[in-house]
Every structure is written in C-alpha cells, then in structure tokens.
Design a protein around this ligand. Structure first.
Ligand SMILES: [Zn+2]
Length: 594
C-alpha cells in the first residue's frame, strides 16, 4: 500500500538537496516540455497529459511549484509530474531533474544500518544474477534438452534465451552447491529451501525458468514452469526482501519505453503470455505474477500510461481477476478496457494461431470499456431482466464507477448505465448513493448517522466539498489564519481535507508532505481557489451554517420516521427544529456567529 513517496526514509538524498531541487526545477518549464500552457490569472492551464480531454482542466502554479488536473485528479510537485510523465521511480525522477537543473542532490550520509542493508541487497542481487547464468547454461546444455523442446513447442528458440532470461533448473542441490554462497544468502534470495535434517536443496527443480526483474532491471526472483504434468504448473520465488508479488510486474524493463511512447499498456496473467506478446510485436505488455493488480501495481501503471488493456484468461479465475484489478487502476485515473479473446484462448495461442499478430491487434482494437464489460457479464446471467437482476447488474458496474476519481466521468457513466438497464436515472442514482460505502464522497455529503432509509429528502448541501476545499486553500494561503480556521471548523466532512487542514494548522508545508493524499488534497484546494483574506470569515460562516442545516435535516428525518411508524414524536425534537431554523436564519442575515 505504501507509495513511492512513503519510502522516503530509504531514499538516499539529502533533504536540503531535495529542497533545492524543488526550488530550482521550474515546474512550468518542465510541464511545457510536453504540454502547451497558457496563462490564466495566477496559474497556467493546458490540456492534461494524463487523460484525454478537449477543454483544459490541467493547471500549474509556478509560484507554488504545483500541478493539478481537475479531470483525472493527478497532482503534486515537479517530481511527481516527472514520475507520472515518464513512469519513473522517485529516485530516478529526482536524478533526472537534478541533472537537468544542475542541482547537487547528494547522497544521504549512510547510517551503519543503511550501509548494511545495501550490502545485503548487493549480495542477494549478485547471487541471483549468478543463478541465472547457471540456469541458462543448463538450458543450453545436454540436461536442458527436454526444456528446450517444451520452449520450442511454445515457439521459443535459441535466440530467445538471452533476450527473455530463460533457463532450466536441474534440481537436487545443483544451484545451492554450484553458487558457493552462504546458506543464509541462498535462503534469503529464495533459491533454496531447507529439507529434513537441515540440508539445503534447490527451490526450482526440473523446471523451465524465467528470471523476474524489478523495474531497475535487476533479477529479483524466478518463475518456473514444470515440463511434465506435475503440480504446481507454475512456481514463483517465495516472498523475499527483494521479491514482492504485490509490487512486481513481469516484463516491466522491456515494456517501459513502449508504454511511455504509446501511453498504453496491456496487462496479461503470466510470463508465457507476456513473452509471446513481446515476440509478436506488442512491447507495451506486462504481466502480474499470479495475483490480481494491487494498489501498488496500479500506481506504477498509472504513472506510466493512461490506458490499460486487461487481457486475462477467459475462465472464471481470469474474470474474477479483472473485477478485482480494475478498481485500483481506475482510481489512478487509468482508463481500463478488457481485451477478451474468444473461446478462452490465451494470447500465446492466438499469436501462434492462423491470425497471428493481426488477430491480437483486432482483439485489442475490440477491447471493451470496463463498465461495459461488467454490465455485459451481469446481463448474461439468468434472471438479469428482472428488477432484482437489474439491481445486481447495477451494483456490479458501481464497483467500477465508484473507483473513478472524476465526478464528471462518474456522472456520465451513471447516465449511460440507466439507459442501458432501461431504468429511471434518478432511481439508479438513488441505488448508487444507497450502496456506496463510506469512502465515497457522495456519501460523506450526508450525515454520518444517516444510514437508514429516509422518506425525507436527503440533505441537499452540494456546496460541502467546495467550502471545505476553500477552507484548506485559505489555510494554505494565509498560514497565520490556519489555526483559527481549524479551531472553528472541526472536523471537516471530508476526511482527507480534514487531515490536511490539521497539518496546515500545525504550520506544516503540505506540498512536501510524504503523504500522497495530503499533497493531492492540498494541490487540488490551492489550485482551485485563489481567495482574498476577507473570505476567511465568510467561508468559516458558510461551513458552520451548512453544518446547522445538516443537523436540521437530520432532526426532520427522525421526526418523519417516527410519524411514518405511527409513533409519538418527542416535542423536544420539534423545539429543536424551531431553534435550528432560527439559528440558520440569523446566520443568513450576515451574523457570523452560530
Ligand atoms: Zn487529467
């Protein structure tokens, strides 16, 4: 779950060096390398490079060193921009900018622990690299004949061995013995396991092997495919300090450039499919290692591309992986389409079939937007035409819609869904609101206690979010007033904004916060609003008044519920309605105090 930024303590840069880089690396100049900007008041606006749009919703504040897109919600500082634009890690983006703007970021002084960790990492990488040499030699030697036949059957020849890091594990304790590394290193590298009596033996035995590299191109683990009928068919390295299935994507180093150039990626389920597509002329292909996409995967992909094709197996497990993989990608502002080969064939079979690369191109071209795919899938099940069936289908699609960061896109999707299901749009929207979990903003606009059904109109206070963003923007712009704003408005309805306001009140600089949510909330608020200081009092008053109105609605709702149930209404509730009404009226007349 941690972001690249969450790993700051391990990043070997001096904090002062980073500070200087942020000052000197002119965000406007960097953005202009790819986006045409024009001035609009204090900021520069242009077409967002991270999602497709016709009217500019991407804005840059050179003064604050921030960018933010009101369409796809990408935002942050100059380093974030380069990470996202080029699909780079934090250290790589820093290095690139440091060179461009001639800033000496410097390496952080190594603590003994850090030095030890680095040394350990180096030892593990070295033994993994040596292991690949040994596995490759076995594949090419007499003992690798069966493995070569298996690979040839999948269309892989001698020339692919080097390019795709193929190998063959003979088994026994061949690797353990031949590498001559200490037992603890072999174990920690995931190459060995301990058998009975404490003897070491190789983890990979009699398998064709595929080296798995991290984004920096280092071998961090292996996958092994059994040659015969044994189980498991595929085996990966276990989790090690270097090998995390939840953050590794197979083939990333081969795909990075193509993904950046095309702005698209295809995600498949295994190494064979990834290799087949790379060989077939589809270099923007990466693969998961037997898991659905995690938030961490999605963040990496979201920094590199705008569109992802999910090309998982057509079986139930593959479909389930699509359902689980789409929301994290959508949450990163990545457009998701599902490329579903007919007849449950995998990409490897299709490329080796009669249609070859053209057949795969056609499948990519025919990929269906995720919402459409979810809907088609739900509608194909029995009873889909009944009201219950439609409700079920709607909820399936809500899973994707809810993950989309743009309110505008969500709105469009809901409208389209109502048409497709042939239900009234307002009814569908009610269903959407009712089934949204607390994390959904639309839900936060309502009272936290308002979880039961209500006959009274739900509180119509659409100004909540803007007000709260304005409060944060004001706190950021007028730091001397931040504590006062915090003291009077607490807690904000929006949890992310509330956390940000709390930090602003403590005088923290949110633009360099290690917390991605804080940086994003702050970037959004401060680029959305440029307000004079006189607005502080007015905005606080509006927030307080909105709170009263929410309270009033809640009381009215309780009264209506009691009445509907035929129960007596507590007169205290009626008095409360009256009092709240008077207070709100007084506030409207310009009185700022509650
Ligand atoms: Zn955007």
């Amino acid at each position: 779950m941690e972001s690249e930024r969450g790993r700051w303590p391990e990043v070997p840069f001096r904090p002062e060096g980073l500070e200087e880089l942020r000052r000197k690396a002119d965000i406007a100049a960097v953005v202009r390398q790819t986006v045409a900007l024009r001035r609009q008041g204090q900021r520069l606006v242009g077409l967002c490079p991270f999602h497709s749009e016709k009217t500019p919703s991407f804005s840059v504040s050179p003064e604050r060193g921030l960018f933010y897109c009101f369409g796809c919600h990408a935002g942050g500082d100059v380093i974030d921009f380069v990470m996202k634009r080029d699909g780079l890690t934090f250290p790589d983006a820093v290095a690139l900018l440091a060179e461009e703007f001639a800033v000496e970021v410097g390496e952080e002084e190594a603590t003994p622990e850090a030095a030890q960790r680095q040394e350990r990492r180096g030892a593990l990488l070295k033994v993994l690299e040596a292991a690949q040499g040994r596995l490759r030699a076995h594949l090419m030697g007499p003992e690798g004949a069966a493995a070569r036949r298996y690979l040839a059957g999948r269309g892989l020849g001698r020339e692919d061995v080097e390019r795709f890091d193929l190998g063959y594990a003979v088994g026994g304790d061949d690797l353990c013995r031949s590498l001559g590394a200490p037992a603890d290193v072999l174990l920690e590298a995931g190459l060995a396991a301990r058998g009975e009596g404490g003897r070491l033996y190789d983890r990979f035995r009699e398998r064709a092997t595929f080296a798995i590299r991290d984004r920096g191109g280092h071998i961090v683990g292996f996958g092994g495919r059994i040659l015969g009928d044994g189980q498991p068919k595929y085996l990966n390295s276990q989790e090690t300090p270097l090998f995390h299935k939840g953050s590794l994507l197979y083939a990333w180093p081969w795909a990075a450039r193509a993904m950046r150039d095309q702005g698209e990626a295809t995600v498949v389920e295994g190494y064979m499919d990834a290799i087949a597509l790379h060989r077939g002329g589809f270099p923007a292909t990466i693969a998961t290692l037997g898991t659905a996409l995690t938030d961490d995967h999605a963040r990496q992909i979201g920094r590199a591309v705008r569109l992802a094709h999910l090309a998982f197996d057509g079986d139930a497990a593959g479909q389930a992986a699509v359902v689980r993989s789409a929301p994290p990608l959508l949450a990163q502002g990545v457009e998701v389409r599902v490329a579903a080969p007919r007849g449950a064939k995998d990409p490897d079979e299709i490329l080796r079939g009669p249609g070859g690369a053209d057949a795969w191109r056609a499948i990519l071209a025919g990929a269906v937007p995720i919402t459409e795919w979810l809907l088609n899938r739900a509608l194909a099940s029995p009873g889909a035409a009944s009201p219950e069936g439609k409700a079920t289908a709607a909820r399936e699609v809500f899973l994707a819609i809810r993950a989309m960061p743009s309110p505008l896109v969500r709105d469009e999707e809901l409208r389209h869904l109502a048409q497709r299901l042939e239900v009234r749009e307002d009814v569908l929207r009610e269903e959407y609101r009712r089934t949204s979990p607390d994390g959904e903003r639309v839900h936060m606009l309502q009272s936290p206690r308002n979880s039961t059904r209500s006959t009274v109109e739900t509180p119509k206070i659409p100004e909540w979010l803007p007000i709260e963003q304005q409060l944060l923007a004001l706190a950021a712009q007028f730091p001397a007033r931040a504590a006062e704003i915090r003291a009077r408005c607490r807690p904000l309805r929006d949890a992310a904004l509330d956390a940000a306001l709390e930090c602003a009140a403590r005088g923290e600089d949110l633009s360099t916060s290690a917390d991605e949510n804080l940086r994003r909330a702050w970037a959004e608020a401060s680029l959305a609003y440029d307000l004079p200081e006189a607005e502080v009092a007015k905005t606080v008053a509006r927030w307080l008044q909105a709170g009263k109105r929410l309270q009033l609605n809640e009381v009215k709702r309780r009264i209506a519920e009691l009445a509907a149930a035929g129960e007596a209404v507590d007169p205290a509730l009626l008095v409360e309605v009256h009092t709240l009404g008077r207070e709100i009226e007084a506030m409207s007349k310009g009185g700022e105090r509650p």
